[in-house]
Design a binder for this molecule. Sequence first.
Ligand code: ZN
Ligand code: ZN
Length: 604
Amino acid sequence: MRSPFPTSLLFLSFRAHCFSPHLFNRHCPLALFAAQLQQSSVCKDVATGTAIHAIALKLGYGDLLFLNNHLLNFYCKCQLIQNAHRLFDEMPQRNVVSWTALMAGYVHCGQGYEALQLFAEAKKGGAWVNAFTFATAINACSALADVHDGLKLHGQAEIEGYVSNLVVGSALVDMYGKCGLVDHARRVFDEMAVKNIVTWTSMISICAQNGRGPEAIQLFAALQARNLVPNEYTFATVVNACASLGCLGAGKLSHALIIRRHCDTNEVVSSALVDMYPKCGCLNYAVKVFRRVADPKVIQWTSIIMGHAQHGLGHAGLQLFDEMLARGIQPNDVTLVGVLYACSHSGLVNRGKEVFDSMYRVYGVIPDTKHYTCMVDMLGRAGRLDDAEALIETMPMAPDVLLWGALLSASRSHGRIELAIKAAENLIELNQQLDSTYVTLSNMYASVDRWSDAVRIRREMKIRGICKEPGCSWIEVKSKTYVFFAGDQSCVHEGQIITVLQELEKKMREKGYVADRSLVFHNVEEEAKEEILGFHSERLALAFGLINTAEGSVIRILKNLRICSDCHEAFKLLSEIVSRDLIVRDVNRFHHFGNGSCSCGDYW
Ligand code: ZN
Ligand code: ZN
């Protein structure tokens, strides 16, 4: 058998690298070789590992399956996949461990397809495979996001009775999660006889990442009921789920548990908490958690800066950025997005430009589309739409959906309809399923009397089967989440909600409120339009909150779309009328309404 290097040279290098002279102990060199190879795999010590290979060949151990498997594992772990495959081909004997090791090596090197080919070869040749081999093949499908082969393997595993096995089951759950088939993942998860904390955590993250936050939180509760001890990743995952749902109650409960387990200063957990609280409308809690971390890393700094930016507290966000720099922490690309976002939402155009221009020079970060989007948003908000357009022209990459979206909303709010139309047309070209853009574009064509274009867009929507995404808002009352849809009159408290809304409407009119009719599509009768506005989902949620929460307490509402300017106006007035702080998190940002005004300064 050939060794990868000239043997004489290796003996020299081996002596130099040799950790322990008793490696040459003639009584039991094999066990020592194995131990040393294991050590070399962990340390990625290629020189020692290859030296052992050469010595083993010299000593006549080249045919030993036990040693060859250790060598195979070593080459795979060090990502020397060609050496591994050559060894595998030359091995006179192979067993399940050899096949699995080489497959895992290929998965590890990002060559999932080769791993699947090996699996097929093993099965075809009648080689015995076990749960680990199956799991490795399934991992290859995960890495490739290849659900077709994944389903086939699932079928085979079922026939051979491996599905309830912990390793195979966990691999299947992970694979379906990566392929976005949450129901499939959940079915396997439920069928597994034995589950460990890793399986639970992966199922919770799968749910959290696929917009199934309530299920993630339920799973977390079920995990605790089984007396399983969550680890820091479980905590971070469930906190992320609370963040995406804006579930402050559930988030606080998890936080309490995290404190009890002394995990609150852990890097992963604390940054999840610092990220979660602002998203649930509680920036001050995030600051408290952040200040408890003795030595915050860039990830925690990024979360806290982003939190301030989302709440429109750009100055405070920039102060934190300066504090971070003063402590010698280098920002990464995400931190810089946060910083630009902070500038953008507080109208700090000059500072924003300064940061953008120095990104590469000072911090070594090449601006990507996210940074350009922040800049376009910032210039657009400040009414410098020509500058924004000029910046887009200089971009080295193609603008994406978010960037055109930023230009669209800026040019709309500044009445630059032609530019807005250009942005909307580009948006539709990039993503044909953007229902709200179709409606906006059609309305804009109508507003500049381009009726035939307006009709064309409406027709296109019909042909493509696109209908307007229904507005939906949710509110948490006593740790329970209630969801409201625009124009929904079927909710349990319907009568009460309508009465409250009508009373509020009357008080608003006394303060001079006139519903803005320009926002609703033009073919609706005037009065009906106003009624539709009256039933925008955030108003239903607000009325429900007013009925079901203590007087004077803060009301927090989440919305799936951007809050319309009419509701924005109404909420400002309402915060004064009901003497409460109203916090609305829409798809873009937070609005703190209080005493008749909003924290965004009507700048959103
Ligand atoms: Zn509205
Ligand atoms: Zn606002």
